[in-house]
Design a binder for this molecule. Structure first.
Ligand code: BES
Ligand code: MN
Ligand code: ZN
Length: 486
């Protein structure tokens, strides 16, 4: 889909030649700039009780006399905040996408001045609404006909809006890639498939891609990663992809994404209900690919390394057992008390591996704990970091990207739960504060790093009728990484 600015003069909306016009309306009454036929329709609908100005409210009108675009939708944006703007556009596009329109113009009135942030929010809403999964469902209705979207703005706003559209499109493409990869089922999206897709992305965007095989990681000493992988017939892959957009001596940001392509729990097997959703357990890996995509597409002047330890967690005659002790790449030993706490086992070796890049910051992203879903629900990702500055930057990036996180504690007291009589640590700490003890486990491998951890167990996908990957937290990560550009 192609997004462009569409400069219009005052009162020019009715004259716009497009297949559909989406008018986003901020405030609690028909805004003054909305004059003529459009204003008349909206005023009448409000008077008749068919339109209210509550964010997300919709009104559709077909072939309005005096309006050139044959399809008109109004969508209320309440106070005009970024969040409500995005919500209004999402609702409007959901209404229009199945119709005959190919060229849509979005206009926003009563929401204040339009800039890059507003443009980005509009792109995010449109591309989220039109994404369609087809990989294993070729019979799905053909993709929306919408091919062109214009964002109406004044001449003065055009430069900022144009820049926001470009940035927004790169981020939206990254979000879409993450959704697509995470939606693919476990028998399609294997570690080998993830590696192949990373190589394809590398060729298309100029990334250096390296894939370590089982024998390579064994030679390095990644005993924790290998312990998880050993119960599966699928070959594990340790994927490293690098974008070099800044000078060689600029320390990179390293993203580490949990790439469990299916999590049965292993010998500590999970119950059957909703186990299918454990195909999404590579959502962290998918977000790393999506962020690499966005950053490389923008040719951002940053150095970015993506590390993806990828494997399946399966029960098997050769699978790791509760009580087994393994030696991690760091040299620390781990008693695997619960084979379902596998994410931290693959991440700890990847975090140690990240040291070799002498990174400016390392952020791991993982669908790590059900406990995080209980703590924060599905709106905010859990953010853990002992570094206040890094935590602040990531929280700000999440707010700006409408992909918010919430900071969680890492007090030393929580570490006591990980004590083991047979190894340097156990891999679980009991039910209390489960998201925190998981983060404390990872913390034991990050003493040499400026590190943050994002637990996306509640935000990476939706369950129920709308079951599917969200592409989060690509927008948060892209905002953070792009802010490091020099
Ligand atoms: N991938 C799961 C976490 C998960 C569970 C995310 C449900 C979203 C929904 C992870 O590998 C896991 O199984 N964690 C365990 C840890 C426990 C054994 C300490 C959990 O959360 O139950
Ligand atoms: Mn698990
Ligand atoms: Zn898992």
């Amino acid at each position: 889909m192609d997004f462009k600015t569409q400069a219009i003069g005052p009162g020019g909306l009715a004259a716009i030649a497009a297949d559909a016009l989406l008018v986003v309306v901020g405030g609690q009454a028909v805004p003054a700039p909305l004059e003529g036929a459009l204003g008349t329709v909206l005023k009448a609908a409000a008077t008749d009780g068919d339109f209210s100005f509550k964010a997300g409210q919709l009104l559709y009108a077909h072939r309005v006399a005096g309006v050139k675009a044959p399809r008109v939708a109004f969508a209320a944006a309440g106070d005009g905040s970024l969040k409500n703007l995005r919500r209004a556009v999402a609702a409007g596009v959901a209404l229009l996408k199945s119709g005959g329109a190919r060229h849509l113009v979005v206009a926003a009135v009563g929401v204040g001045e339009l800039g890059a942030a507003q443009a980005e929010a509009v792109v995010a809403a449109v591309s989220e609404a039109v994404y369609l999964y087809r990989h294993t469902k070729p019979s799905a209705p053909a993709a929306s006909r919408l091919a062109r979207v214009g964002l109406a703005c004044s001449k003065a706003e055009a430069a900022g809006v144009g820049a926001g559209l470009l940035r927004g499109q790169a981020i939206a493409a990254g979000v879409e890639l993450a959704r697509e990869m995470a939606n693919r089922p476990g028998n399609h999206c294997t570690p080998t498939h993830l590696a192949a897709e990373t190589r394809r992305l590398g060729k298309a965007l100029g990334l250096k891609v390296e894939v370590l095989e089982r024998k390579d990681v064994a030679k390095l000493g990644m005993g924790a990663f290998l312990a998880v992988a050993q119960g599966s017939e699928q070959a594990p892959k340790f994927i490293v992809a690098r974008w070099q957009g800044a000078a060689r001596d600029v320390a990179p940001v390293v993203l580490v994404g949990k790439g469990i392509t299916f999590d049965t729990g292993g010998i500590s097997i999970k119950p059957a209900a909703e186990m299918d959703e454990m195909k999404f357990d590579m959502g962290g890996a998918a977000s790393v690919l999506g962020t690499l995509h966005a950053v490389a597409a923008l040719k951002a002047r940053v150095n970015l390394v993506g590390i993806i330890p990828a494997c399946e967690n399966m029960p098997d005659g050769r699978a790791v057992k509760p009580g087994d002790v393994v030696t991690s790449l760091s040299g620390q030993t781990i008693e695997i008390l619960n084979t379902d706490a596998e994410g931290r086992l693959i991440l700890c070796d990847a975090l140690t591996y990240a040291e070799r890049f002498k990174p400016a910051a390392v952020i791991d992203i993982a669908t790590l704990t059900g406990a995080c879903v209980i703590a924060l629900g599905h709106h905010r990702s859990g953010l853990f970091s002992a570094d206040d500055a890094l935590a602040g930057e990531l929280l700000a990036a999440g707010d700006a990207a409408l992909d918010p996180a919430w900071r969680m504690p890492l007090d030393d007291e929580y570490d006591e739960a990980l004590k083991s009589n047979f190894a340097d640590m156990g891999n679980v700490g009991g039910r209390a504060g489960g998201a925190i003890t998981a983060a404390m486990f990872l913390r034991r491998f990050t003493a040499k790093l400026r590190w943050a951890h994002l637990d996306i167990a509640g935000t990476a996908w939706k369950s129920g009728a709308a079951k599917g990957a969200t592409g989060r937290p690509v927008a948060l990560l892209a905002h953070y990484v792009l802010a490091q550009a020099r």
